[in-house]
Design a binder for this molecule. Structure first.
Ligand SMILES: [Zn+2]
Length: 379
């Protein structure tokens, strides 16, 4: 009941973001790391998009040990067949098909009547089911779809055999309250809703991807679609590391379980940065360089006395060896002494006073103080 499925789309939605494309070997490396970390489903790509995409989805399907391998496809038969072929070698495979359900998308993107969209959903999901029992259907632009139509579309997809129903906030427009209301509405109105797992997929255009994700889960969704470092179309997707650490840190209020080994977070975040050449900003939650760095003297002193004073989670829980004491002009004596010890200089009282005075002087003139600067002060 409280188990949430972690569906990672770093290799599909994430890879679609500017500057984040990956080659074949890089995708295989990421997939292996995702599998090792314990994600339940790896969306490996969009097989019809290019021969390269097809081949990497297939290679990931062949080599992955535990996770379900999903491929994305539109509603056309050729599209679904390509996806089915690419995921076929996987021990457990999923076909993920989607079509738009919002008035805006149906009219301007699909140029189709709502009734025709319903027929297309029934046909495409039933066709996908011929290749696997595990079929996910997404209502593209779901958060901006009308309730009546969305409920009808979801009922149709489940009747045709969809086992996971994803309601994406494709354009990152939703607020937590209205996103949650969509799930409540579906749970109340769709008669066969108990035959499928509901899924969230949120974009960060308003910085609300993680908040919306958690609101959707609180309303009953049990699959979370997310990416490492939050990469993805435009402003990105909900970040896997943020969602997972929110659930872990606030587990009394977010009482869900998942299979992620959180100590792998730092390693996989850095591997992705290295592969794509796109690193996260220093103040990025969980994985930013400063996420566990304390500079102000009061904070440093508190953390040295008891980490819980200013840390809501331990650096070790995400695979960082220790918090990083950043020595700068706001640092106090206690942190300075500790840092000098780490650098191999155990200073007596007098030497400490002298070095600390020199250090404050230097910090007033220079923004960043390196370890070498600190050593120079005492040598
Ligand atoms: Zn997306």
């Amino acid at each position: 009941m409280d188990r949430v499925i972690i569906f990672d789309t770093t290799l599909r939605d994430g890879e679609q973001s500017p500057g984040c494309s990956m080659n074949h070997d890089e995708k295989l490396r990421m997939a292996a790391l995702l599998d090792e970390m314990g994600v339940d489903v790896i969306e490996a790509g969009f097989p019809i998009a290019s021969p390269g995409d097809f081949n990497s989805v297939k290679a990931i399907a062949e080599s992955t040990k535990n996770a379900i391998i999903a491929g994305l496809c539109r509603t056309k038969k050729g599209d679904i067949e390509a996806c089915a072929q690419a995921v076929a070698p996987a021990k457990r495979r999923r076909i993920h098909t989607f079509v738009s359900t919002s008035p805006l998308h149906m009219k301007h993107k699909l140029n189709m009547q709502p009734d025709d969209v319903i027929a297309m959903i029934a046909e495409s999901v039933a066709f996908a089911r011929q290749f696997t029992d595990d079929v996910e259907w997404s209502a593209e632009d779901g958060s901006r779809s009308e309730d009546d139509f969305l409920a009808r579309a979801v009922e149709t997809a489940i009747k045709a055999g969809a086992t996971t129903i994803n309601i994406p906030d494709t354009v990152g427009y939703a607020l937590p309250t209205d996103y949650a209301a969509k799930f409540t509405m579906l749970l109340n109105r769709v008669p066969n809703i108990d035959k499928a797992v509901l899924s969230v997929h949120c974009h960060n255009d308003l910085g609300l991807a993680v908040a919306n994700t958690l609101a959707g889960v609180a309303a009953g969704a049990r699959q979370i679609e997310c990416t490492i470092n939050g990469i993805g179309e435009r402003a990105g997707n909900a970040a896997l590391e943020e969602v997972v650490m929110a659930i872990r840190t606030r587990n009394a209020d977010l009482p869900y379980t998942n299979n992620i080994d959180t100590t792998k977070i730092t390693g996989i975040s850095r591997a992705l940065g290295e592969i794509t050449g796109v690193s996260v900003q220093p103040n990025k939650a969980i994985v930013g360089a400063n996420a566990f760095a304390h500079e102000s003297g009061i904070h440093q002193d508190g953390v040295l006395k008891n980490p819980q004073t200013y840390e809501i989670m331990t650096p070790e829980s995400i695979g960082l060896s220790k918090n990083d004491l950043v020595i700068g002009k706001h640092s106090g004596r206690h942190a300075f002494k500790k840092k000098m010890e780490v650098l191999g200089h155990d200073l007596g009282d007098n030497a400490l006073e002298e070095a600390f005075a020199k250090f404050k002087n230097l910090a007033d003139r220079q923004k960043k103080i390196s370890d070498e600067d600190l050593i120079a002060l005492v040598s």
